[in-house]
Ligand binder design. Structure first.
Ligand SMILES: Nc1nc2c(ncn2[C@@H]2O[C@H](COP(=O)(O)OP(=O)(O)OP(=O)(O)O)[C@@H](O)[C@H]2O)c(=O)[nH]1
Ligand SMILES: [Mg+2]
Length: 256
């Protein structure tokens, strides 16, 4: 049977399907660029579309507050005082977290008969101005330690060194108690809180603490502790007693 052909359908062009392409029918489009066919303008490359950046509403913006810098520790000035050769410089050096500032000078023969460091001492230098060191107790407190000279002829410096101090550690050699009387007199007169620290040279005391308290004629309110000037922890414990006394005094003065 013959195929049925719609009357509207045009007959196939001669030359087959390729002869029926757009190019064959309408020719090449004018101008550069790739042909789109059908007489449309060439495709021009456009930048990729980017949506505008819309800032978030103000309420949703998280503001990062800068953390305030930690406040520095409160400085507390403490004197390390006492007679000649009792271990003041050793005390400051044992605890200081910085290399201590010292002012040591060689002892000369001119001091024989004047400066007596005791028979057991191998001391060859003496402090001629002061010692300085510091130790941080915690984040809120830092001790600044000022060691006094021990020779009586440098006594005039003590007033200056004591200015601004909140307390003192009076270092005592139990074998030479008389050397520390001037230091105790000084702090009693100055009204500065002080603690007596008996330096146990070679781990021994020449007298027990009760006898030393009696000999020094200090009141019960003055703490008397035994310590070792060469031992950091021992020095720390002695200084904490001084700090305790100083804080007691400061609190009392504030309440008055
Ligand atoms: N065996 C022993 N020697 C100590 C002790 N403490 C200090 N010394 C020694 O005693 C001598 C005196 O110590 P210093 O710390 O210079 O005494 P100082 O009180 O500062 O002396 P000045 O400043 O001259 O009055 C030094 O030779 C120390 O090494 C101690 O606990 N035991
Ligand atoms: Mg000294």
């Amino acid at each position: 049977m013959d195929s049925v052909r719609s009357p509207d359908r045009p007959p196939s062009p001669p030359g087959g399907l390729s002869a029926n392409s757009a190019t064959a029918r309408y020719g090449q489009p004018p101008g550069p660029g790739p042909a789109t066919g059908y007489g449309l303008p060439p495709v021009v490359a456009t930048p990729a579309y980017r949506p505008p950046v819309v800032p978030p509403p103000a309420a949703t913006v998280r503001r990062v507050r800068p953390t305030p810098p930690a406040s520095p520790p409160i400085p507390v000035k403490i004197l390390v005082a006492g007679g000649f050769g009792v271990g003041k410089t050793t005390t400051v050096g044992a605890i200081s977290e910085i290399a201590p500032l010292t002012t040591e000078a060689e002892m000369t023969s001119a001091g024989i008969g004047v400066d007596d460091p005791g028979v057991r001492s191998a001391k060859t230098t003496t402090t001629v101005a002061m010692d300085f060191g510091c130790v941080t107790i915690d984040r809120s407190l830092k001790l600044y330690l000022f060691g006094t000279p021990g020779q009586a002829r440098f006594g005039f410096m003590w007033d200056d060194l004591a200015r601004g101090a909140l307390g003192a550690l009076v270092v005592v050699d139990s074998a030479r108690l008389d050397d520390c009387y001037p230091a105790i007199d000084f702090f009693e007169r100055a009204g500065l809180p002080f603690v007596v620290g008996v330096n146990a040279f070679d781990g021994r005391l020449a007298h027990d603490l009760g006898a030393i308290r009696w000999a020094l004629a200090i009141g019960e309110h003055v703490p008397l502790v035994r310590f070792d000037a060469r031992d950091r922890l021992s020095v720390r414990d002695a200084l904490l007693v001084v700090l305790d006394r100083a804080l007691d005094r400061a609190t009392r003065d504030r309440g008055a």
